[in-house]
Ligand binder design. Sequence first.
Ligand SMILES: Nc1ncnc2c1ncn2[C@@H]1O[C@H](COP(=O)(O)OP(=O)(O)O)[C@@H](O)[C@H]1O
Ligand SMILES: [Mg+2]
Length: 358
Amino acid sequence: MADLKLINLHKKFGSNVAVDDVTVTVKDGEFVTLLGPSGCGKTTTLRMIAGFAKPTSGSILIDDKVITSTEKNIFLPPDKRDMGMVFQSYAVWPHMNIFKNVAYPLKFKKMSSSQMKKRVEEVLDLVKLSGFEDRFPHQLSGGQQQRVALARALVMEPSVLLLDEPLSNLDAKLRESMRYEIVELQRRLKITVVYVTHDQIEAMSMSDRVIVMNSGVVQQIDAPRIVYQHPVNKFVANFIGMANFIPCEILQRTGSAVRVKLKDGFNTHFLNVPTPEEQTYGENVVVVVRPEDIDVLPSDGGEGTKGILERQIYVGDRNDCIVRFGDVSLRILTQTKYSFEVGQEVSLVFTNPILLDA
Ligand SMILES: Nc1ncnc2c1ncn2[C@@H]1O[C@H](COP(=O)(O)OP(=O)(O)O)[C@@H](O)[C@H]1O
Ligand SMILES: [Mg+2]
C-alpha cells in the first residue's frame, strides 16, 4: 500500500516560484504523470517527492506517514523513503558492470551474497536483461542502459517509483516500445508511479491520470480522455492535442447549455454549447473545437456556419484542411466524402464544442 499525498507543496529558488502550492493524492498502484512545458516545475516536484530537494513549504505523506513537513520540521532522507528513481540521464556507473550497478543499492542492506545475486537476477529478468550481468554500460544500447537504471530503481522493491523523462534520450521507435514495457511492468508489480514528461503522447498513452502543470501551477488533474475532451482552460486545450479557438459572445443560458454568437467578422452564427450547470464564465469566452470535431459539407448558400477552404492535403484516410472562418484559420481533419476546391465556400458543423474563458 502506498498512497502518496502532496499537500500545498511550494518551492522557491530566490524569488522565482518553481512549484506553486501543488496538492494531489496519488492512489496506491496508480500511474500518474506530471506533464507540462520545460521549466514548469516537474523535476523540482519529483525531487521533492524523492527527498533530493526540500520544499519552501508544504508536506508529503506516504500512507499518512509524514516524510516531509516544513511545519513539523520533518525531512526523511531519500534512502528512508521506500522510493526508486530513474533519471533522464540514466546515471549508471560506467566503471561497474551491470550486476554491480543493479546490486549497488543492496550493499547497504544486510543481505547474504547469494540472496543479493538472486534479487539482482530477478530484477534483471523483469527488465529483460538476463545474461547481461557481466557487461559494462558502454557495451549496451541506450535503451538497455535505461533498463539498467530501471532495474536499479526496482531492486529495493520500492512502493513508489519516480521517473523523470526516462525515455527522452531514446530514438522514437524505442521510446514507443519502452512506454508499453514500463506500463506493463507497473501493472505487474502494482507499484505506484509518478512519471514526468513534456511529451503529451507519452503522458496520454501511459497514465491513469495526468497532472497538467504550467509555471509551477497545477492546471488540471484528470484521466487522459477527460483532459482531452474537457480541458479546463485554454492552456490545457492548447497543450494537449490540437485545438481551434474561436472567440465568441455568450447570448443566453438554457439549463445545461450556453447559446453563443460566433464572431467571424462578417456573418453571425449561433451555436449551442453543452456546459456544466455550475460553470460561470467571464466577459470574454472562446469556443474550442478539435480538428477532428468539425465536419465540412458542401455550402448550400443559405444560413449556417460558412468558411472558405484555404488549403487541403489529402492523406488517404482523411483530408487535412485549413478553413478560414472570419479572423480564424481552422485546422480541420475530416473524413468527408465530398471533394472541394481550394477557395470554395464550405459549410461547417462543429461537433463537441467546448466553451472556455478567453
Ligand atoms: N537548483 C535550481 N536553482 C535555481 N532555479 C532552479 C533550480 N532548479 C530548477 N530551477 C528553476 O525552477 C523552475 C522549474 O524547473 P524544473 O523543475 O527543472 O522544470 P521542468 O522539470 O518542468 O522542466 C525553472 O524556472 C528552473 O529554472
Ligand atoms: Mg525536468
